[in-house]
Each structure stands twice: as structure tokens, then as C-alpha cells.
Write a protein that binds this ligand. Sequence first.
Ligand SMILES: *[C@@H]1O[C@H](CO)[C@@H](O)[C@H](O)[C@H]1NC(C)=O
Length: 151
Amino acid sequence: FSLPALSLLLPPTTLAALADSWLREDCPGLNFAALAVRSARQAVDFTLKVEVECSSLQEAVHAAEAGADLVLLDNFKPEELHPIAQALKAQFPRVAVEASGGVTLSNISQFCGPHIDVISLGMLTQAAPALDFSLKLFAEGATPVPHSCRS
Ligand SMILES: *[C@@H]1O[C@H](CO)[C@@H](O)[C@H](O)[C@H]1NC(C)=O
């Protein structure tokens, strides 16, 4: 397959995710983080940022070396997240670090730290409560009866 060709059709995050799942299994020695960054850079112009989801410090370093703007550290426990973010920032202070996965409003403080730039909460959309409301239209001259007054 041609990842650069594919990258014309896909946003960088999708591309990185594809590179992750395909390449990690088939080519374990491949620097897929750098490949994802290069492919994304070919597909987008300079105004867009490239973020790579990484599952280790080594992958994060590969992504940063290849010019990623952001590194996403997803599903890390806080005690793993902060040392990795610190080590990455020591080498690449300009690369932003995003923490994600398992973050809720009650434990978000565990993900805050001096080396974390962005924290994303999937629960904002995935666990958002539904608001039950409706809009009724009445004919001109009709007297609306509130729902609670109907028999
Ligand atoms: C944060 O809270 C959620 C929901 O209770 C939980 O699934 C997750 O494991 C917690 N994360 C940490 C790091 O405590």
C-alpha cells in the first residue's frame, strides 16, 4: 500500500491511527511515528498541526524527531504519563503533550502537570446526559395548554 497516497484522503489523526494498527503488527521494527508525520505533512499544508498517538516514550521521541507538533499519550496511568511527558519535554520542549483516556471531572487533577499541555475528556461527549425538550407550534389564536395541565 501507499501511505502517502492514502494520506491525501485522511486527516492526520486517522492516518496516525491507521499507521499504528497496520504497521505495528506487520512491521514491528518500523518507525511508524515518523512515517505518519511525514505522510501527514505531505497531505496537509503548514497551517495544520500534526499529532501522533504514541504508546511509549520511544514512539513519542520518534514522532517528535520527525516533526510532530503534538504527541497524544492515550490511556496512560498518571504515574506513567508524567515521567514520559517530562522525558519528552526535556528533549523536545516545543512538542505539546496531550493526555487522554480515562479522564473524568473527578480525576482530571491527576492528569494535570507541568509537562502536560492538553487534557481531553471523551466523557464530555460520550457520557453527556441528554436534555429532554420539545418545541410545539400552535395555530394563530390557539391557547396553548401546558402539558402538566392536560388530562
Ligand atoms: C478516572 O475515573 C474514571 C471513572 O471512574 C475511571 O474509569 C478511570 O480509571 C479513572 N482514572 C484514574 C487515573 O484514576
